[in-house]
Design a protein around this ligand. Sequence first.
Ligand code: ADP
Ligand code: MG
Length: 249
Amino acid sequence: MALLTLTDVSYQYPETQQLAISHVDLAVAEHALTVIVGPSGVGKSTILNLVAGYTTPASGQVAMAGQLVTQPSWQRGIVFQDMALYPWLTVAQNVTFGPRMRGLKSEAYQALLTELLTDTGLLTFRDRPVYALSGGLKQRVALARACINQPPLLMLDESFSALDNATRNQMHQLLLKLWRKLGNSVIAITHDIDEALFLGQRIVVINGKPGTVAATLDNPYFTQDMTGTTDSAYPAFRQRLLGLIAQRD
Ligand code: ADP
Ligand code: MG
């Protein structure tokens, strides 16, 4: 059974009379890494907000583990591009914010906190306020903060798009490591084709206005570094994806 399903989901923002997404069907399997890719303004973040439970569909259904999604839950963790960290709190205070708000005792999350700070290379920064950290380190804090809840579904909305190439590659490796460790499902949203090709076990292309699912592809190049590749099928696959992602008027 799929962990998450969107069935014929449409959504229209109350402020406008236009549909942002229309008749979207999507299924995310257990322990799957799905990339949602598409040009700007086609409704990728709208889909994420619906899955998060911040909004509810105008029509259709969002369900997780057989339950209708009607409100936010720690079970669906999000890492935003702007991170939404608390600048004046320390790294450890930011990372443990979720479990503390849920009223968990410190003993319940200390071991995982240390493990996550180690994995993310943040251990030496644990008692520093986050305003003093670089953008790359802040992004690690945001990722650790989402992971400490051990959410069955982790979502990233263009989380790495503001990072330089080397830092972004490090974050990709870190995400894969955490995904394998937590054994959860991940949805990563991006507008970047190469990010989609590296991180997407399955790639869902959203395009058009309103946004619809233009294609769903199983990606043979998942987690493969394709720089300088001699794989003759790769250029055609990338070109096909590029065509699907191209902005439509
Ligand atoms: P993406 O994440 O793919 O860039 P969005 O989901 O942010 O796209 O937006 C999809 C469409 O919905 C766009 O046309 C955008 O202008 C519109 N939209 C997004 N947020 C709002 C809002 N709060 N109110 C009205 N329209 C919105
Ligand atoms: Mg967006």
